[in-house]
Design a protein around this ligand. Structure first.
Ligand code: VGL
Ligand code: ZN
Length: 199
């Protein structure tokens, strides 16, 4: 049996216009995502969920500004404005998102010393979130990914999904990008090269 799931990545207030790390047009995807939610038997949401003072926040690194990078033990890390702090309204799902049908909400980025773009592994590419095991145990093998941001959490999630043996389709009309220094084109190319279906 090969069941399908829709993975809705980080459709949270801080990634929408007015939010701390607003993605241009981030809110425009909400009706598109809602329609998709209606067509899938299984829906999983991810939620970026950082403690205050998280190591991915520029404010945690004296002298650093958002969108600069810093060397972490696990590699280069882009620094972000404080965003999606646990329990704040910025970390809430967009109020228009029809999330009631979701069977699982997977939170990521809660370890202070490590960021997590992917819904499957944190940025060391080793620490699992548990999502891969959850989906496998439930007999779900085919994934469709949508959400924010195309070139970060959606792309890293889709690539890790393939590496774990799932199929992965990213529906670009239901995604919006941060596009930092050409990251959208680069990550679209990387996804295609890895075998992610871009729809
Ligand atoms: C994301 C940057 C930092 C994302 C999360 O959801 O794409 N990007 N945290
Ligand atoms: Zn984050």
């Amino acid at each position: 049996m090969s069941a399908k799931a829709l993975i809705v990545v980080d459709v949270q207030n801080d990634f929408c216009p007015g939010g701390a790390l607003a993605v241009s047009g981030g809110d425009e995807i909400v009706p598109v995502v809602n329609r998709l939610i209606g067509t899938f038997d299984h829906v999983v949401l991810t939620q970026d969920w950082h403690p205050a003072g998280h190591s991915s926040f520029a404010s945690t690194h004296p002298g650093k500004n958002p969108f600069e990078t810093v060397a972490m033990p696990y590699g280069e890390q882009t620094l972000w404005p404080d965003h999606c702090v646990q329990g704040t309204s910025g970390a809430d799902f967009h109020p228009g998102l029809e999330w009631t049908k979701a069977e699982l909400v997977i939170r990521k980025g809660f370890r202070p010393a490590i960021d997590s773009y992917s819904a499957f592994f944190e940025n060391d590419h080793e620490t699992p979130t548990g999502l891969g095991g959850y989906l496998r145990e439930r007999g779900i093998s085919d994934l469709t990914l949508v959400g924010l941001a195309t070139d970060f959490c959606v792309a890293y999630s889709a690539i890790d999904a393939l590496r774990l043996g799932f199929t992965a389709t990213v529906l670009l009309e239901a995604c919006r990008a941060i596009d930092l220094g050409g990251s959208l084109a680069a990550m679209k190319e990387k996804m295609a090269a890895e075998g992610v279906v871009l729809g």
